[in-house]
Design a protein around this ligand. Structure first.
Ligand SMILES: NC(=O)c1ccc[n+]([C@@H]2O[C@H](COP(=O)([O-])OP(=O)(O)OC[C@H]3O[C@@H](n4cnc5c(N)ncnc54)[C@H](O)[C@@H]3O)[C@@H](O)[C@H]2O)c1
Length: 382
């Protein structure tokens, strides 16, 4: 195979971006041959490719080798499973699925490992986050003792929530900020720090918007190492903050405003605690700004690496199997809130699925539906 024939399913806010990238030749050795949306109007601007209103028909059309799924999240699972049954490669938008059990079903359907299965975690292409991962893996920080990530700059207005009937409902989306905005943060969390062993969380449902799902969360996490962590996120603050602080043996790292700053201790914290004759002052340190040039290839880099993986067998930016972790963190936070208890990880995926079914059954779903959003979010590079 010299080029991959790609089909894109879901041509909405995000799907349009992927369609345009492919049509503008931004993905090499990739030919967009077909698109699918249940709403034909979404596909009208792209007469140069085949149109389908049912994913089943696109998948069985013989027109594509691979699909990119950019539908509402629940369909990532059903469409992904159908694609694997029909021998296609799959790249899905985040989150991998709405809940852990669906992730397990989708991953289990990927039996033919010659088929590539990736997930759209483009934050992993950002040089700043790559540098931070390198810093942690190099051992330069020493053991991490505490993590605090405040991500309160995910502002979303009522217009955003009204832009799709599926959004911010248990039935249509299966969650709120943790399912839609935070998958990137939660993937980054597990990519950098691994999975915690316990989570206690406090979600607020419809605190700042007329929605039934969570729009604010504060989670406390513990690691087997003894490291403790707090994660806070909301879509209801302006201007909000995005600040990650890592307290490690060799000092403090702060990631904020697109920069990494390392306050490096001359000796480790534990050594200072044990040996210092000064009762009050921490050990001397150096202030270090860590340069992180460039901005990374974002979504198109993830798609390009997916195409390269199909043609050359090279690594993906994010293997889909890794996508279950961000979903598990999100689910555990909601489950902890609903059951008012600490959730030990790995969590019980059946318990969460049952809870979600209860939420769907009890849904009042009175969310108003307004016009579709005209453009992709400004954080997506054009
Ligand atoms: N990676 C990112 O930065 C990023 C950003 C935005 C959205 N997303 C993800 O992309 C997905 C779509 O989000 P969006 O904001 O584009 O939503 P959207 O509502 O704007 O678009 C979804 C589109 O899918 C279509 N659709 C619904 N059900 C379908 C089905 N069964 N088959 C085919 N088409 C179907 C709808 O008609 C709509 O056009 C979500 O999973 C979301 O998490 C990712």
């Amino acid at each position: 195979m010299k080029e991959v024939r790609l089909g894109i399913i879901g041509v909405g806010n995000m799907g349009q971006y992927h369609v345009q990238s492919a049509l503008q030749g931004k993905i090499s050795r990739c030919k967009l041959t077909a698109i699918c949306d249940t709403d034909p109007a979404q596909m009208a601007p792209y007469p140069q490719v085949k149109h389908f209103t049912e994913s089943e028909k696109l998948i069985r059309s013989g027109e594509v080798d691979a699909i990119l799924i950019a539908t509402p999240h629940y369909f990532h699972t059903t469409i992904g499973i159908d694609a694997f049954k029909n021998g296609l490669h799959v790249l899905t938008e985040k989150p991998l699925s709405v809940h852990k059990k669906d992730c397990e079903r989708l991953i289990a359907a990927h039996t033919d490992k010659s088929k590539v299965f990736g997930v759209m975690f483009m934050t992993r292409t950002d040089p700043m986050w790559r540098k931070l991962k390198q810093l942690i893996s190099s051992g330069a920080l020493g053991e991490i003792n505490r993590i605090h990530w405040e991500v309160t700059d995910w502002f979303r207005s009522d217009t955003y929530y009204a832009s799709g009937g599926w959004r911010a409902t248990w039935k249509g989306e299966g969650g709120g900020i943790l399912s839609n905005q935070c998958p990137h943060n939660l993937d980054m969390w597990q990519w950098l720090f691994g999975m915690p062993s316990r989570i206690t969380a406090f979600c607020n449902f419809g605190k700042r918007h007329a929605i039934e799902v969570e729009d604010e969360v504060t989670a406390y996490m513990e690691y087997a190492s003894g490291c403790t962590a707090v994660f806070t996120a909301t879509t209801g603050e302006a201007p909000g903050t995005n600040r990650l602080e890592i307290a490690a043996e060799m000092g403090r790292v702060v990631v904020q405003d697109g920069k990494i700053h390392f306050t490096r201790n001359e000796i480790s914290t534990t050594e200072a605690l044990r040996t210092s004759t000064d009762a009050y002052n921490p050990p001397p340190n150096w202030e270090i700004d860590i340069p992180t040039p460039g901005s990374g290839g974002a979504h198109n880099e993830v798609t390009q690496k997916f195409i390269d993986a199909i043609l050359d067998g090279t690594p993906l930016i994010a293997r889909a199997e890794e996508g279950i972790k961000a979903v598990e963190l999100a689910n555990a936070m909601v489950l902890s809130t609903l059951t008012n208890r600490t959730i030990n990880l790995p969590m019980d995926s059946d318990e969460y699925e049952a809870k979600l079914k209860e939420l769907i059954a009890g849904s009042k779903d009175k969310k108003s539906v307004g016009p579709k959003i005209a453009s992709v979010p400004k954080y997506i590079k054009q």
